[in-house]
Design a protein around this ligand. Structure first.
Ligand code: SF4
Ligand code: SF4
Length: 275
């Protein structure tokens, strides 16, 4: 089993381009889109035979007939997701982490659990690639339950298209990854965001490498940083308006540009060599 996570410190760096084309170069593999707030890998894959499963989260439900009003549930909730309103407990679903503690400690067994749908998991196919897409419903604040559900679909070789940034949803996505590929732009802003996500992966002691994307000229601080940290630069992809046009048209370039297939096959070989 090999899980490769593709990350970027910010949106627009080319994370989905790299993740989709790595998966396409790998051939038989599973691509999982963990960017559940904006899952656009499927625009490239256009998967067939798509199956949908609803993803829900468990929330406490209170039986007013049994509740004695002791407020023990409010006291133990470390996420401050419960409040006492008009002499009865009320849950703030956006803050509840579904830990179940309130239900376990209620002395009157007045709490049960109810499932609230928060998103969808789509699974389809593009040739020999299984395409899994996590989709968070609009207005929902935490995509982590959808990401967890999506991560259960891993195969022998899995490419994870992670959420952008360095929030806890990224941490969740890379938790079990064997290797992290950072996609960084060679600019001051790109370098700043890349360092944030690099530190996050460092906390989890992940093996990693960088793909520098849209390079017009070398950005010295980024090159220096990679050298100092002994972070392998897996590829330097020059800015190319023709490539940008193909990506804007949602083309999987590995399938139609031989040089891109060579590039992504080489990245996979470098990662395979390390793992
Ligand atoms: S712990 Fe149970 S009995 Fe006490 S306030 Fe909460 S729901 Fe009511
Ligand atoms: S399930 Fe956990 S997080 Fe949610 S209200 Fe109960 S104690 Fe708080």
């Amino acid at each position: 089993m090999m899980k490769i996570a593709v990350l970027s410190g910010k949106g627009g760096a080319g994370k989905t381009y790299v993740a989709v084309n790595l998966a396409a170069a790998a051939g038989e593999c599973t691509y999982i889109d963990c960017d559940v707030e904006e899952p656009n890998g499927r625009l490239f894959w256009k998967p067939e035979d798509v199956q949908c499963v609803t993803v829900g989260t468990l929330l406490p439900a209170f039986d007013p007939g049994k509740c004695s009003g002791c407020r023990e549930c409010v006291r133990v909730c470390r996420f401050h997701a419960l409040m006492f309103v008009k002499e009865k407990p009320m849950v703030f679903s956006d803050v509840c982490h579904s830990c179940g503690l309130c239900r376990m400690i209620c002395p009157e067994q007045a709490i049960t659990e109810t499932e609230k749908p928060i998103g969808v998991l789509e699974t389809g196919h593009h040739g020999s690639v299984t395409v899994v897409t996590g989709i968070l419903n609009p207005g929902e604040t935490s995509g982590i339950p959808v990401i967890r559900q999506a991560l259960k679909q891993t195969g022998e070789v899995t490419i994870l298209d992670c959420p952008p940034g360095s929030a806890c949803s990224v941490m969740e996505s890379i938790m079990d990854a064997d290797y992290c590929v950072f996609v960084a732009e060679p600019t001051a802003f790109g370098f700043h965001n890349f360092r944030m996500v690099y530190e996050l992966a460092g906390l989890l002691k992940k093996k990693c490498g960088v793909v520098i994307n849209k390079q017009t000229e070398a950005y010295a601080p980024l090159e220096q940083f990679c050298m100092e940290k002994q972070l392998p630069v897996l590829a330097r992809i020059p800015y190319d308006p023709l490539l940008a046009g193909r990506l804007a048209g949602n083309e999987i370039v590995v399938e139609c540009v031989p040089k891109q297939r060579e590039l992504f096959t080489d990245i996979l070989e470098q990662i395979g060599g390390v793992l």
